[in-house]
Design a protein around this ligand. Sequence first.
Ligand SMILES: *[C@@H]1O[C@H](CO)[C@@H](O)[C@H](O)[C@H]1NC(C)=O
Ligand SMILES: *[C@@H]1O[C@H](CO)[C@@H](O)[C@H](O)[C@H]1NC(C)=O
Ligand SMILES: *[C@@H]1O[C@H](CO)[C@@H](O)[C@H](O)[C@H]1NC(C)=O
Ligand SMILES: [Ca+2]
Ligand SMILES: [Ca+2]
Length: 563
Amino acid sequence: KARRRRSLQHKLHLEKDSRVRKAVQQEGFSRRKRGYRDINDIDINMNDPLFTKQWYLINTGQADGTPGLDLNVAEAWELGYTGKGVTIGIMDDGIDYLHPDLASNYNAKASYDFSSNDPYPYPRYTDDWFNSHGTRCAGEVSAAANNNICGVGVAYNSKVAGIRMLDQPFMTDIIEASSISHMPQVIDIYSASWGPTDNGKTVDGPRELTLQAMADGVNKGRGGKGSIYVWASGDGGSYDDCNCDGYASSMWTISINSAINDGRTALYDESCSSTLASTFSNGRKRNPEAGVATTDLYGNCTLRHSGTSAAAPEAAGVFALALEANLDLTWRDMQHLTVLTSKRNQLHDEVHQWRRNGVGLEFNHLFGYGVLDAGAMVKMAKDWKTVPERFHCVGGSIQEPEKIPPSGKLVLTLTTDACEGKENFVRYLEHVQAVITVNSTRRGDLNINMTSPMGTKSILLSRRPRDDDSKVGFDKWPFMTTHTWGEDPRGTWALEIGFVGSLPQRGVLKEWTLMLHGTQSAPYIDQIVKDYQSKLAMSKKEELEEELDEAVERSLKSILSKN
Ligand SMILES: *[C@@H]1O[C@H](CO)[C@@H](O)[C@H](O)[C@H]1NC(C)=O
Ligand SMILES: *[C@@H]1O[C@H](CO)[C@@H](O)[C@H](O)[C@H]1NC(C)=O
Ligand SMILES: *[C@@H]1O[C@H](CO)[C@@H](O)[C@H](O)[C@H]1NC(C)=O
Ligand SMILES: [Ca+2]
Ligand SMILES: [Ca+2]
């Protein structure tokens, strides 16, 4: 294909054949697929020494990565969005606010230390630099640009607030609640890279005060537009399920998973149906530069930040860019924008297929709706009209105890009109919760799926081999799915619950209540359909191109075989 020299010999050979009327050698020239940016066209120069190592910002294939697999921040920056006027609170183990790459973007007034009750959330020193987590997260969001120090934050002109709350022997409800509700009229986005222990056997979530603080945050924060809570989906790997983590699975948080620099899942990624989208974290490869480059304690820099911990602050940074583009975005607008603009890109999950839901939105059980695309997000945010009012409908409830068979599965169905004809009719879904009470001889062997009337199956609970609980089970636990986003909930929902694992188990399902949340009027459904159609058209075009290539190859082969 790449041959430029004329093949006179072949041409003569062809011309000699009596069946050939004319032989012309085709010359190769360039045609570009529209809508894709060439990495080499990005013209952003920063003098920060780690900038070119920040593959999650602009992935040119450095550190053995896949070019183009990044947050597409370059496009957002070029449009002029850098986080100006937006404050992000890092709820963590403190921030080295004297760090020369953070000091100029540090918002001291919005910062607080709930671990030791003072206004100075400076990390406590330990020999092993254990308390470097918050400082590393802060740099990913708000490290200054073009100052010759470390790297560049996703939203490098945003302000960062330190909320120190992880560094005491025990967590309390009041520390969590105070942190989550700290200065909700000043802090726009809260980033949390923590949660219940990721040991694969914990089922836990926010307690009374924290739940109330979150509800108040989304309803009253930011002048009523709602605080944005960004949550790391968890580091428990395939042994854990983030739907058992009540912070990550909350409707009020945007839960973020991670991909590595070649698009695969990280080994510590948990999967669950409540994850909304993904960003990036460190590679599986031994390349020392495949980690997340950011600021570190005491004025240092690091190339080795990792975990879904590293993923959540990147999302907080992207959301800061979107907020700068449109300060009127509500907490729900941010979730809608995330669903609409996140991309499959080159993400690859070896376990779960990418699927499309009933309105054509593509999702994956581990990555959610894909990787955040800052350029697409700010462009859509700019002219975004706030989504219509949200309604809540109890779609139905089954409270008769039902035995789960030791082999095979229990299948229950609920037919709902989604409160049609009532004030709280839900026609277009946002979140769906299945509130479930179940006991069993081994909780970790339970497996629960739920299928919507439009045919979208959500895996509500996967096997957790380390969870050997036989007493507590799940008590009115709200399993959440984002996979039916935009769908019409009217019709029959099916719940399938069974056991996986080698030993026979017993269990009783005592409650399944279907909670539907969403809007009555269609905010952008036409947009989805159009988008879907143009994507379909695009994939057809690619198929045609491939067919053409194959035809060319076939005829070449037959010509050669004649020689
Ligand atoms: C961190 O920075 C300090 C002061 O600049 C320097 O002395 C030290 O060697 C650095 N430590 C590491 C681990 O890079
Ligand atoms: C589950 O609950 C049922 C009914 O309340 C009870 O009979 C059964 O012993 C319980 N099973 C387990 C494993 O706790
Ligand atoms: C749930 O769905 C998964 C993935 O499709 C499947 O492997 C599993 O058998 C299903 N479990 C039940 C109880 O239906
Ligand atoms: Ca810098
Ligand atoms: Ca977890």
